[in-house]
Design a protein around this ligand. Structure first.
Ligand code: MG
Length: 408
């Protein structure tokens, strides 16, 4: 029977299947059990005609990964921690989901041909390798891992350019800039303002900051996020990392990037154009919005999330950041101006210091001391290659751990 012999309804049915098959994007989520990963799954669940889960990966959270795999039926899952392989494998036995284990497998899985978008929601330096592998395999990346751009921005943007890969920002500020730039030419940007909520310690002095606890730092006034980024927000390092991230994502000079405190967190960032015109992107602070925009790009799809109410918010305020008490911001500016492996040193020292703070081993302000000491003492490399960055990351982490012990 040729297609011409098919009844009208059968033709329609084939068309519909064909249409949706080509419209549904296959999403691989690296770090699916973390805050961004879980919210991405919510977005996918709300939009079954637009997205399906093809791969899920987690490092430690085997139980959560199993639960997600049973619900979303991905083609494959990877558990980073090899000790949990048998547990995940037997739980998903007969489900049709392929199970593998190990961090190298997390890096390998991004090369699967059927993946349309790789959402990189890993925390820290660990995000770098899979990003590089996804770029080489020409997979579109939705990037929630700012650390990879901080550490290897030049390498990543160069690879993205060579392989004609789009990097879609998931970070809310960068998604805002990306949305403001739709239809604009890149040479029409004069500068950008990244907005910052100020975090839980906005307006506090040095004496107060000396005595803050872990639970104070984890109590972010506006955003629901993972622990590492929440401490980074409290210390302003998050904004420092975002300045570097923005430089690479939008190909800007560092002098074109400014930070402004906007405690209401409705304006997610602003572009100032060469004619003095400003464009801002606004919305309620909810990571599901930038996640959905990255996954659905270049189209917008509807969402059931709550809408902003103009009658409940009567004022927006802005102020410059407190660079004296929150020195991490300027350390980040210094690191990117120095370039080379300096942002990698900044990032590695911060990862160790934040973990030490979360474990109660150092005080809040000592996070900055650890970073500054590492930036002074670790050997500088002007043009690092990938291996140099791996080495810098390791060397800095070892040294930072030594510093942490000496403070303890
Ligand atoms: Mg952000």
């Amino acid at each position: 029977m040729t297609p011409n012999n098919l009844s009208h309804s059968k033709k329609c049915c084939i068309f519909v299947v064909y249409y949706f098959h080509h419209l549904v994007k296959n999403i691989a989520i690296l770090g699916s059990t973390g805050s961004i990963g879980r919210q991405a799954l919510e977005v996918i669940k709300n939009n079954p005609l637009n997205f399906r889960v093809s791969v899920l990966t987690a490092y430690h959270s085997a139980d959560k990964l199993i639960e997600q795999a049973i619900e979303f039926k991905p083609d494959a899952v990877v558990i980073g921690c090899e000790n949990s392989y048998e547990k995940v494998k037997s739980a998903l036995n007969g489900s049709g989901t392929r199970v593998s284990a190990g961090s190298e497998e997390i890096n390998n899985i991004v090369e699967r041909e059927d993946i349309d978008i790789v959402l990189v929601a890993l925390v820290g330096f660990a995000g770098l390798k899979p990003v590089l592998r996804a770029l080489k395999a020409r997979r579109t990346i939705a990037l929630a891992n700012k650390e990879s751009l901080v550490v290897a921005g030049e390498l990543i943007t160069q690879l993205a350019h060579e392989n004609e890969v789009t990097i879609l920002p998931v970070d809310s500020e960068h998604s805002a800039i990306f949305q403001c730039l739709a239809g604009e030419k890149s040479d029409s940007i004069e500068k950008i303002y990244l907005t910052a909520s100020g975090g839980p310690f906005f307006g506090k002095n040095k004496l107060f900051l000396e005595n803050v606890t872990v639970s104070d730092a984890l109590h972010h006034p506006k955003w629901e996020m993972g622990q590492k980024i929440t401490v980074d927000s409290a210390s302003m390092m998050n904004k420092g990392l975002e300045v570097i991230e923005a430089k690479w994502l939008f190909n800007l000079d560092i002098s074109q990037i400014d930070v402004i405190i906007h405690p209401q967190t409705i304006i997610h960032s602003i572009v100032q154009f060469v004619d003095g015109s400003l464009k801002a992107q606004m919305g309620l602070p909810d990571m599901r919005l930038p996640i959905q925009f990255a996954l659905s790009y270049p189209t917008r799809i509807s969402s059931p999330l709550p809408r902003f109410d103009f009658t409940s918010q009567t004022a927006f305020t802005f102020s410059p950041p407190d660079r004296k008490n929150f020195r991490n911001l300027d350390l980040a500016y210094f690191a990117i101006r120095q370039a080379g492996n300096m942002p990698c040193i900044l990032n590695a020292a911060n990862e160790v210091a934040v973990e030490a703070f979360l474990k109660g081993r150092i005080r809040f302000l000592q996070i900055t001391s650890v970073i500054e000491q590492c930036m002074e003492d670790i050997s500088y490399i002007e043009k690092p290659d990938f291996e140099d960055l791996i080495e810098t990351n390791q060397e800095t982490k070892t040294y930072a751990q030594y510093l942490v012990k000496s403070y303890f």
